[in-house]
Ligand binder design. Structure first.
Ligand code: HDD
Length: 693
């Protein structure tokens, strides 16, 4: 049997002889009509150098299908990755909602999740500075329920009518076709600076939330206020939260830039590897439930998607746990064809009047038809409900369901199999009756007018390190704007958030601080800070699920590699070896050691911490290689923990990193040291390092 990557020499290039394919020992290749194919190497032609014949239906069918392989990518969230899993109910809450998954503790609901970036095209890098989509499809016994959320709990705009403008502004500029997957350009900041309602979101987007280390280490939010409805028809308001059991973690900006070059698939690879290694990521589903009375007393409008409800005010109650434990079989069939829609709700869940949500409920159906090309997209396996489906919707492109019986309408007077389904008043979805009155107006409520107070609250809730990163991000992004007025306008808006923030960004840009812009409502700077808003205050307590990259060479101490390997395994983390070449090294005890990467292809940005274990001779050789030196300097400048053997001295000297330079550069001597080092790595970064971001 031929091996992957090899060719059967008697199949390719038959030297002018009529082709004789060997009898296959696997499945026989067929056309889409099921006919066996005799030769998939040569099209049918007249003689050996003559024209190709139109009657070659196998060739025609193959090209026809290939020519139509692409479907339109999503207009936003084009770049994404999905996985299957289960939502397990930890607490039944029938008093709050009749939603099927939450009636009994232990209920398991099948789930599919697609994570995504927003701005970039399908082929863009994973670690762009961007909001991440966190879309969850729950195949409940009462129908599909989609929570189409993001990893940031607020949004740029308050009214869906501005969504096309927002997306146009952030995507490549129409006259030049760049930048790809980047908000650091004039049109985006032009729009943002003219839309003060986006300011709170921009604080989040300029924070490390927008450059997550992995999908596994980010929170998810339903963003809008929804409604829970119980069996008696009693309603309450609810906001949905996904909290990663793995803890929160982001990368630093310089690292993000380099990861995108070194491994543009960093996030999808991470999720795939974790699941394939049996390290299934988990999130707690939490709810903030509140009533009309709270909504009325709250400082902001609960219908305004640019605002959060601080967890300190309404605690997040955990009700279920999501586990993602199965990768897709086929990325196109599942991740690309999955169709999320905010309007997919089930009895027990209802909408609020959030004008962003109302607009979304209109948009998502359209987009599915455009992308998937048929009203029957709900029949695709990834979209099909797992409960019985029966209706009188008929026909259309690619109908796969054999709808039986005589009547395709109702009312009808048939019975039995000919009768078809009927609506069920008791079990069916019933919209919460609500009083609506008022004039028809194009107007934004007064209660939506405060654009700065929560931005200030977010800023003050961050640690100094996180504030530094926010300043650096604003400085970087605005620094990429060529039009000075845009930068100035943005600085004016930032003054309403916090003068110190505005001053630091102005200093970074080398610009004078302009007057503050006039806010629609006076900003408050006295809201209580919220620890839940900081990543670093909610970091992980272990190194589990993270990865150490160890640089090795010929002569590397075999015991040191073994000790580190044991410590990493004990911590539930991963160790990857990086050698001078990918072919492997010979360790001090003469054993041959496979490595995972050659150093030119594995910069330290791919790892959470590094260990420098080359022999003295190996280090001297590596010290002459830019990739090896950068491995060390980058790890140092990205605040990573660095363990080193004595042998690494020459390489460290060449990289300008002193052994013991600070508490994050740790000498390894004994096996105990390796274990202590991995424990230290749980802090993820040594932020006290004396360097500027
Ligand atoms: Fe949206 C996709 C999340 C506002 C219109 N959106 C999309 C996806 C996510 C979100 C996660 C990708 C789903 C997937 O993986 O297939 N969108 C949000 C959030 C928003 C938001 C959290 C604000 C709170 N979106 C929003 C508005 C509109 C849209 C205001 C339009 C009125 N979104 C779409 C869309 C997309 C989409 C055009 C593109 C691809 C798709 O739907 O399936 O309909």
């Amino acid at each position: 049997m031929s091996q992957p990557g090899s060719h059967d020499s008697d199949v390719i290039g038959n030297g002018g002889e009529l082709h004789q394919a060997p009898a296959p020992d696997g499945p026989v290749m067929t056309t889409a009509q099921g006919g066996a194919i005799s030769d998939d190497q040569n099209s049918l032609r007249v003689g050996d150098r003559g024209p190709t014949l139109i009657e070659d239906f196998a060739f025609r069918e193959k090209m026809f299908h290939f020519d139509h392989e692409r479907i339109p990518e999503r207009v936003v969230h084009a770049r994404g990755y999905g996985a299957h899993g289960t939502l397990e109910t930890l607490e039944a809450i029938p008093e709050l909602t009749m939603a099927a998954p939450f009636q009994e503790k232990g209920t398991k609901t099948e789930a599919f999740v697609r994570f995504s970036t927003v701005a970039g095209n399908m082929g863009s890098g994973d670690v762009a500075r961007d909001v991440r989509g966190f879309a969850v499809k729950l195949y409940t016994s009462a129908g599909n329920w989609d929570i189409v959320g993001n990893n940031i709990p607020v949004f740029f705009i308050q009214d869906a009518i501005k969504f096309p403008d927002l997306v146009h502004a952030v995507k490549e500029e129409q006259d030049r076709g760049w930048p790809q997957a980047a908000s650091a350009h004039d049109t985006f900041w032009d729009f943002i600076s003219l839309m003060p309602e986006s300011t709170h979101m921009m604080l989040w987007a300029m924070s490390d939330r927008a450059i997550p280390r992995s999908f596994r280490f980010m929170e998810g939010f339903g963003v809008h206020t929804f409604r829970f409805v119980n069996a008696e028809g009693k309603t309450s308001f609810v906001k949905f939260h996904w909290k990663p059991k793995q803890g929160l973690q982001s990368v630093v900006w310089d690292e993000a830039l380099k990861i995108n070059g070194a491994d543009p698939d960093f996030h999808r690879r991470d999720l795939w590897n974790a699941i394939q290694n049996g390290d299934a990521p988990q999130w707690d589903l939490g709810v903030q439930v509140f009533d009309e009375k709270f909504a009325e007393s709250f400082d902001f409008d609960v219908l305004d998607a640019t605002k959060i409800i601080p967890e300190e005010l309404v605690p997040v109650r955990t009700i279920a746990r999501l586990t993602l434990d199965r990768v897709v079989d086929n990325v196109f069939a599942e991740t690309e064809q999955v169709a999320f829609m905010t309007q997919n709700v089930i009895p027990g869940i209802d909408f609020s009047n959030d004008p962003l949500l109302q607009g979304r409920n209109f948009s998502y159906l359209d987009t599915q038809l455009k992308r998937l090309g048929s009203t029957n997209f709900t029949q695709l396996p990834v979209n099909a409900p797992r409960c019985p489906v029966a209706h009188f919707q008929r026909d259309g492109h690619m109908q796969t369901s054999h709808q039986q019986g005589r009547a395709n309408y109702e009312p009808n007077s048939f019975s039995g199999a000919d009768r078809g389904p009927r609506a069920d008043n008791a079990r069916g979805f019933a919209t919460v009756p609500r009083e609506e009155s008022g004039q028809t107006l194009r107007i934004r409520a007064e209660s939506f007018a405060d654009h700065y107070s929560q931005a200030n609250q977010f800023w003050r809730s961050q640690t100094p390190v996180e504030q530094e990163h926010i300043v650096a991000a604003f400085t970087f992004e605005l620094g990429k704007c060529e039009i000075e007025d845009i930068r100035t306008r943005m600085l004016s808006n930032l003054r309403n958030v916090d003068d110190e923030l505005a001053q630091r960004v102005a200093d970074g840009l080398g610009m004078p601080l302009p007057e503050a812009s006039t806010p629609a409502a006076a900003p408050r700077h006295d809201l209580p800070t919220s620890d839940a808003l900081s990543i670093l205050k909610n970091g992980p307590t272990s190194f589990a699920g993270r990865k150490i990259g160890a640089l090795v060479s010929n002569g590397t101490d075999a015991d040191a590699v073994a000790a580190l390997g044991a410590a990493v395994t004990k911590a539930g983390a991963m160790l990857e070896l990086v050698g001078p070449v990918v072919g492997g090294v010979t360790l001090s005890d003469g054993s041959a050691c496979k490595v995972d990467h050659g150093v030119d292809g594995a910069p330290s940005v791919l790892f959470d911490a590094v260990a420098l274990l080359p022999s003295a001779e190996g280090a001297a050789a590596l010290a002459k290689r830019a990739s090896a030196k950068n491995f060390v300097t980058d790890a140092f400048h990205h605040y990573k923990f660095i363990a080193h053997d004595e042998g690494a001295a020459a390489l460290m000297a060449a990289a300008g990193v002193e052994p013991g330079a600070d508490g994050g550069v740790v000498a390894l001597g004994t096996a105990k040291d390796a274990s202590a080092f991995v424990d230290t790595c749980a802090a993820l970064r040594f932020w006290d390092r004396d360097i500027q971001p």
